[in-house]
Ligand binder design. Structure first.
Ligand SMILES: *Cc1c(COP(=O)(O)O)cnc(C)c1O
Length: 349
């Protein structure tokens, strides 16, 4: 049957998510999930009826949280669906291109490939910042420029002045898509205030990370009304299941937001604990991280990843030489991970 599939799809390698890679053990710090398993009341009626395309309560709750108007919000099946909708709505297959700057999140490339849209790749600089000159030279046919900040997997923020320069450079030509999946861990770094000034800005958000709802599959795109209306043309008629909208609304209630903020503080303390502990180890570099994860360079990154894996501590290896990404878990998971790594390093030394 595979030969019946589109050529582009036959050639595709699916995204190797942490879930697909698997592993076995009791410390799971590979998918940037939250360690908090919050409880929700689930008492649903009227499931015989279709959901609203864009549930009003949910859109209003997120608009209020993000500080934008309801017309500037679109909800979808995770931020990943937002990525796909943007490409489907704005890029002509076999003609237009997206541009992104690795090392970064893998789904921009996969979605573009699936849809048959060219990918232009302009690596981040040594400091993991935008190479604006190189981007400018590559903008022909580019409709979407994806920028992830805090960047996954490096953890750093992209400089605001560079984002503004990119928005200026692409005005009337391309849309800058800011992937703010981790922005709830550093809300002051959001570009949401730039929406007013730049109609070519779109921002991706998710309930999967700070809101501890990765399994819910709920994300948002923020942009001006005209751009949102374009996305509404290509979205499925009933993209958000009724239980998803109800649970997301609970998470965005006053109590839900307070809990999220408390949990962000807790995770930030654990991140500081892990960062301080790992930085003291010989030959280990810990990069500053603004999300719920840290990128760590070891003398032998692959060996460290493998050793942890064999001991039931599941981390995420990375394409960056000798680097391993560690999600911030609860304090117990962070302690176990730190002490395991400390013992490994002193065993080599
Ligand atoms: C996790 C993640 C996403 C996807 O979020 P979902 O809402 O779970 O689809 C998007 N971008 C980045 C950078 C991520 O790390």
């Amino acid at each position: 049957m595979e030969k019946l599939a589109r050529k582009q799809v036959q050639a595709l390698t699916p995204y190797l998510s942490a879930r697909r890679i698997g592993g076995s053990g009791d410390v799971w710090l590979n998918a940037n999930e939250s360690p908090f398993d919050n409880e929700y009341k689930t008492n649903f009626t009227r499931l015989n009826r279709y959901s609203e395309c864009q549930p009003k309560d949910l859109i209003e709750a997120y608009a209020s949280y993000a500080g934008v108007s309801a017309e500037q919000v679109l909800t979808s099946r995770g931020a990943d669906e937002g990525i796909e909708l943007l490409i489907r709505a704005f890029c002509e297959p076999n003609q237009d291109a997206i541009l992104y700057c690795p090392p970064t999140y893998g789904m921009y490339a996969i979605s573009a490939e699936t849809i048959g849209v060219e990918r232009k790749i302009v690596p981040l600089t040594q400091e993991w910042q935008l190479d604006l000159t190189a981007i400018q030279a590559q903008l022909d046919n580019v409709k979407l420029v994806f920028v992830c900040s805090p960047n996954n997997p490096t953890g750093n923020l992209i400089k605001r002045e560079d984002i503004v320069a990119l928005l200026e450079m692409t005005q009337d030509k391309a849309i800058v898509v800011m992937d703010e999946a981790y922005i709830d861990f550093c809300p002051e770094a959001s570009t949401v205030d730039l929406l007013e000034q730049y109609p070519n800005l779109a921002i991706l958000r998710t309930m999967s990370k700070a809101f501890a709802l990765a399994g819910l599959r709920c994300g948002f795109t923020l942009a001006n009304e005209e751009l949102i209306n374009v996305l509404l043309k290509v979205i499925a008629p009933y993209p958000v299941p009724i239980p998803v909208a109800e649970i997301a609304c609970q998470a965005l209630s006053e109590a839900g937001l307070a809990r999220m903020k408390y949990q962000v503080l807790d995770l930030s303390a654990n991140r500081a604990y892990l960062q301080a502990g790992l930085s003291m180890l010989q030959g280990v570099t810990v990069y500053d991280g603004w999300g719920n994860y840290l990128l760590i360079q070891f003398p032998e990154g692959d060996a460290m990843f493998k050793a942890a894996w064999d001991n039931g501590i599941i981390l995420r290896n990375s394409l960056i030489k000798d680097c391993v990404r560690i999600s911030i878990g609860n304090r117990d998971e962070c302690e176990k991970t730190l002490s395991f790594i400390r013992n490994q390093i002193s065993a080599i030394a």
